[in-house]
Write a protein that binds this ligand. Structure first.
Ligand code: CA
Length: 236
C-alpha cells in the first residue's frame, strides 16, 4: 500500500553518506513540502525501511557499509514495492544495467541538477507502484518493460531511462499515430508548460531512432511531418 495518497505529501527517504549532499537534497525536497527522512548508511536505511513506509527512496550507490545495490536487493527481497531512484557517479551501461537489474526504477548520474532529480522523483511518484511488466515486440525489436532492456536483432540497445519510456510508449501504440501532445502528456507528464516541448521531443526521437533503426535494419520509427510519429513496419 502506498505510504501516502494524493492528498498527503509524499514520504521520501534520502540515503546518502555525504553530509552536505544529503542535507541539501533533503532541504530541497522539503521545500516541495514533501515529508523527508534521511539515512547516512545502508544499514540505517534498511532499519528505517523496516519500520516505516515510504513512497520513494533516493538511494546513493556508493555508501560506506552496505552499498546501494545491496540495500536495493534487500528491499526487493522483502518485497517492498517502494520506488527507488538510484544516484551514482558511475555512468557506464554495465553499471546502469546492474542498478536497474537490482530493482531500481530509475537512475541518475552525478553530478546532476536538482531540478532533474526533482523531475525524476515526480515521475516515479506518479507511476503506479504495481508494475505490469511484459515484453513488447515489433519485428526484431523487443522491449522488456520490467527489466527496461531493449533488444534489436539480438543486440542490446543502450538507452537512457527517458528513451526507454518513449520506446515503450511508441510500442504500446504501434501502428498508430503518436502525436507530440500525447508524448508531452503521457511521457513527459507536462500539460501546463508555457513553452512547448516539441523540440525536446523531436531531438529525443531522433536519438532514439539513431539507436533503434541502425544501418541494415528495417526502419521502424517513422516521422509523419506536422502530425507526429508512428512505430511499425513500413506501410505497403
Ligand atoms: Ca556516496
Amino acid at each position: 500500500m502506498p505510504a501516502s495518497d494524493s492528498t498527503t505529501p509524499p514520504r521520501v527517504l534520502v540515503v546518502e553518506d555525504e553530509q552536505k549532499t544529503r542535507e541539501s537534497l533533503a532541504e530541497g525536497l522539503r521545500l516541495e513540502t514533501w515529508s523527508v527522512a534521511t539515512a547516512a548508511t545502508g544499514q540505517e536505511a534498511l532499519g528505517l525501511l523496516g519500520r516505516e513506509a515510504f513512497d520513494l527512496v533516493v538511494l546513493d550507490w556508493m555508501l560506506p557499509d552496505r552499498d546501494g545495490v545491496e540495500v536495493l536487493r534487500e528491499m526487493r527481497s522483502r518485497a517492498q514495492p517502494t520506488s527507488v531512484l538510484m544516484l551514482t557517479a558511475r555512468s557506464t551501461l554495465n553499471d546502469r544495467v546492474t542498478g536497474l537489474d537490482s530493482g531500481a526504477d530509475d537512475y541518475l548520474a552525478k553530478p546532476f541538477a536538482f531540478a532533474e532529480l526533482l523531475a525524476r522523483c515526480r515521475a516515479l511518484l506518479r507511476r503506479p507502484v504495481v508494475k505490469t511488466g511484459g515484453l513488447l515486440r515489433c519485428g526484431d525489436l523487443q522491449l522488456d518493460t520490467r527489466a527496461r532492456v531493449a533488444v534489436r536483432a539480438g543486440e542490446e540497445i543502450a538507452l537512457t531511462p527517458r528513451e526507454v519510456d518513449v520506446l515503450e510508449y511508441l510500442l504500446r501504440y504501434q501502428g498508430q499515430i503518436v502525436t507530440r501532445e500525447m508524448l508531452e502528456r503521457d511521457v513527459w507528464k507536462q500539460t501546463h508548460r508555457m513553452t512547448s516541448l516539441d523540440n525536446v521531443i523531436d531531438v529525443q526521437i531522433m536519438r532514439l531512432r539513431r539507436k533503434v533503426d541502425t544501418d541494415g535494419t528495417e526502419r521502424l520509427i517513422h516521422t509523419l511531418r506536422g502530425v507526429g510519429y508512428r512505430l511499425g513496419k513500413e506501410v505497403e
